[in-house]
Design a protein around this ligand. Structure first.
Ligand code: SAM
Length: 823
């Protein structure tokens, strides 16, 4: 079949399909014929209907009036007026857009469409093109309807018939299109008009398709119309014959037309499919075109004017050339060699550190390995420093070393340049001076005290040794070092042995108004041992001698009452000697028995110590003489004002202390300990009764009763050894904190009794006396006392009733045995 015929049949098929499937009254707009520019299509009622409505009282709409009497100035070519008896829409109905037409319009009535489709301005635009459209292009539509130039009346049947048997008209139409200078807009303008006006009207008797001046057209006589139609048909026939003659020539054009038609169809499809569908269809089309040997120009190019097309082609050509040039250049360049990594990013690390070995062993091992390596190969593998794995970085740090700083709130040493005390000779151990060493007696009973703590609890607050201020060791504790929690001095020793400022934990500072002081450069736990108070242990004679000679011009004294009438002189001593007094201290000074020997140390208070705090404790200062009273500058809220109790506060303070004792007594004694306490109390009561006459006034804990000078002297004369006290010379002696436990306080009573009539310094050994009274140690002490005879007067009562004491000692022994048995 020739191409033209196939085109014609194709168009016919399309037309038939559309018309055959439309049985209801509707305005049918062929989708593929939807032009990009569309003229306004007005649907108005026929004058008859308008008349009918007027008779029914309905007000004709503006459009109806327009349709009936279109304005004279309206261009014929702009508007197609479709008069129908059935189309009830009175509004100007714009033609649907391609997308709208893509939907199933067949199921919608024109009225529905009119409601749903908003008027569009696009139709206005198209109208200008419509002007360009030859009126002849409209003729095929109205071929059988005997149209005039201006108006064609087509009956519904005629239209259907014309649609079904419109080969001739379509052919004419096609040929007309072929004869034209190619312009897509023309093609689109021609065909849509045919299809747009293809109004199915089964019930419509007549459709007036008017172009422009409908009234004038209507006015033309019928005969004139028929003549014009005949002329037109003749012209079309001539053209058809000419087309047949030039069939061969036109075949190419026909093929172009086919292309256009297929494009239009694909446009419809894409309209249905949407953007993706359009794209894919276009791609498909592009891909199929070369295969068909057709022009490689895109449809867009074909739509473009020739000048523009030429320009675009030139540009395209230029682009292609440049692309080709780039491609050639790329091809001429030799391919790049890919460099493959021979090993991972972290390669080059040889880990020599073995975490299971110590650092020194690892060092030795790595040295020996490196020696071996160097002997085998002079060039060891290059180490990767850029991306070392953390373990290798850590390994390197271990081997090379690096300064490590703790956060300032954990450890904050003073900056260099702080003033240092000049006359301070550090002594970290107690040193016996002169006769003190000979006079010092190690109590045998201390070695017999053994706590009964269990590994699961350790030596906690209930440990008997702790209770008595005995430090546990291998001789008096069955637990290991790790299990036992009562080895503060040993822990301090090990800590200091490690060295370093952090381990030492304290440093001397210069205060604003109190001379030097001590501050912590790290944190300390509550009750943790901080620093030991060490110095020279001297007896009272030595002390007096120093006070008269060496220290006579001193403002500061570093004398601390110790044990067995001894005094620690820390003028040459540990750093603890610089610790200042405070009425609200954060530390306390305690005397402990360690390995049978008394030792003094500064312990953190119950709140613990923060980094940078100045360490202070309550001196319990004993001025011995009012002339030595010093003003306190501690700045605490409860500051007493002097380094010691105010004289007027003494009775009050005494009262308070008594109450405190009672409270502690009630709270502390329980179980076996209560029994011990009761026994001791009875014992001390007994002792106290013995010395009613010489009862000294009750003093606050830690304070020394200073006898009036004559009385002291008198009492001193009573002393068997006739020793003189440092206080007699107005010496300054600070006292350590006394035992807070009730047990020791009970003993204090006893000790107080013992110190009756003696110098105040004697009383400082009461702590030791208190410790004596505990479990088995008490019996040992008592036995020892008996055995030792008159070793030291201060440790024994002046006139102790041996039977009573022995009885109590026996009771203590029994109690100790029973406790051990229970344990
Ligand atoms: C053992 S020393 C303490 C160290 C002393 N600040 C120094 O610079 O060597 C005791 C002396 O320090 C002074 N002192 C300590 N605490 C004080 C305080 N709270 N107010 C005033 N002076 C104080 C007193 O002169 C006292 O005699």
């Amino acid at each position: 079949m020739p191409p033209v015929n196939s085109l014609i049949s194709k168009f016919e098929n399309i037309t038939q399909e559309e018309t055959s499937t439309s049985h209801t009254q509707r305005v049918r707009v062929k989708r593929y014929s939807m032009p990009l520019r569309q003229s306004t299509l007005s649907f108005g009622s026929s004058p008859a209907i308008a008349q009918k409505r007027r008779s029914m009282g309905a007000t004709p709409s503006k459009q109806t009036v327009q349709a009936a009497t279109p304005p004279a100035e309206e261009d014929d070519g702009d508007t197609i007026v479709v008069n129908t008896t059935q189309i009830e829409t009175h509004a100007r109905v714009p033609l649907p857009t391609p997308s709208e037409s893509a939907t199933d319009v067949s199921s919608q009535t024109s009225s529905t469409q009119a409601v749903k489709s908003p008027p569009r301005s696009r139709s206005k635009r198209v109208s200008t093109l419509r002007k360009n459209a030859s009126k002849e292009t409209l003729r095929p539509v109205t071929a059988k309807a005997a149209p005039t130039d201006k108006q064609r009346n087509i009956s519904g049947e005629t239209l259907v018939e014309s649609a079904t048997t419109s080969q001739t008209s379509l052919l004419k139409n096609s040929i007309d299109a072929l004869d034209m200078t190619w312009n897509m807009s023309d093609v689109f303008d021609k065909e849509p008009v045919v299809e747009e006006t293809e109004v199915q009207a089964d019930d419509v008797s007549t459709i007036n398709v008017a172009v422009g001046e409908e009234p004038e057209a209507k006015k033309q006589p019928r005969g004139t119309k028929h003549v014009k139609i005949a002329d037109s048909e003749n012209k079309w026939e001539q053209r058809r014959k000419a087309a047949d003659k030039n069939a061969t020539r036109r075949s190419s054009r026909a093929s172009m037309l086919m292309d256009k038609a297929s494009e239009v169809v694909s446009g419809i499809t894409s309209g249905v499919l949407g953007k993706r569908g359009r794209d894919s269809a276009q791609k498909k089309q592009e891909s199929t075109q070369p295969e068909q040997g057709r022009s490689t120009s895109t449809p867009q190019q074909e739509y473009e004017p020739e000048t523009k097309r030429a320009r675009v082609e030139t540009e395209t050509l230029d682009d292609e050339r440049s692309l080709a040039a780039v491609n050639r250049a790329m091809r001429s360049r030799p391919p790049k060699d890919k460099k493959w990594l021979t090993s991972g990013l972290y390669a080059g690390q040889t880990r020599t550190f073995n975490p299971s070995l110590t650092e020194s062993k690892n060092k030795r091992k790595s040295q020996s390995t490196s020696n071996q390596d160097s002997s085998v190969s002079p060039l060891p593998p290059k180490e990767n420093f850029i991306l070392p794995l953390p373990m290798f970085a850590g390994d390197r740090l271990l081997s090379t070393g690096r300064d490590f700083k703790l956060p300032f709130d954990i450890f904050s040493p003073l900056p260099i340049g702080q003033p240092k005390p000049d006359e301070w000779k550090k002594v970290n151990k107690n040193i016996f001076i002169g006769d003190a060493a000979d006079q010092w007696r190690t109590s045998k009973f201390l070695e017999h005290s053994t706590c009964m703590c269990k590994p699961d609890t350790g030596c906690d607050a209930d440990c008997m040794n702790r209770y008595m201020y005995y430090e546990c060791d291998g001789r008096n504790c069955n637990l290991t070092e790790e299990q036992c929690g009562n080895r503060a001095f040993e822990g301090l020793r090990q800590r200091v042995k490690k060295g370093g400022k952090y381990n030492i934990g304290v440093e001397v500072i210069k205060t604003a108004d109190r001379g030097y002081g001590v501050r912590s450069n790290r944190t300390f736990e509550p009750n943790q041992i901080i620093v030991e108070y060490t110095g020279e242990i001297i007896n009272q004679e030595e002390c007096e001698m120093r006070m008269h000679t060496m220290y006579k011009d001193n403002e500061c004294y570093y004398l601390m009452a110790f044990d067995q009438n001894m005094i620690i002189d820390a003028t040459r001593g540990s750093m603890a000697r610089f610790v200042n007094h405070c009425c609200a201290p954060n530390c306390r000074m305690e005397k402990w028995t360690v390995g049978g020997k008394p030792r003094m140390a500064l312990f953190a208070g119950d709140r613990g110590i923060m980094t940078g705090e100045e360490l202070t404790y309550d001196y319990n200062f004993d001025p011995y003489s009012q002339k030595n009273v010093q003003v306190c500058r501690c700045g605490a809220e409860n500051c007493r004002g002097v380094l010691g109790p105010k004289p007027k506060d003494l009775p009050k303070a005494r009262e308070e202390k008594e109450k405190e004792k009672e409270r502690e007594k009630e709270g502390k004694f329980a179980g076996a300990k209560r029994k011990i306490g009761e026994i001791l109390e009875e014992s001390s009561n007994l002792l106290n009764k013995k010395r009613k006459t010489n009862e000294p006034p009750k003093l606050p804990k830690g304070w020394v009763y200073v006898e009036p000078e004559p009385k002291v002297k008198k009492e001193a004369k009573v002393k068997a050894d006739g020793q003189r006290s440092a206080s007699e010379d107005g010496g300054l002696v600070r006292q350590p904190s006394k035992l807070k436990r009730m047990l020791s306080q009970k003993s204090n009573k006893s000790a107080t009794a013992k110190t009756v009539g003696k110098l105040s310094l004697k009383r400082r050994s009461t702590t030791a006396s208190a410790r004596v009274v505990s479990t088995s140690s008490a019996a040992a002490l008592i036995a020892g006392d008996d055995e030792e005879g008159e070793g030291e007067e201060v440790e024994r009562p002046a006139t102790a009733p041996s039977t009573g004491l022995k009885g109590k000692a026996e009771g203590l022994r029994r109690l100790g045995r029973s406790l051990r048995g229970r344990a």
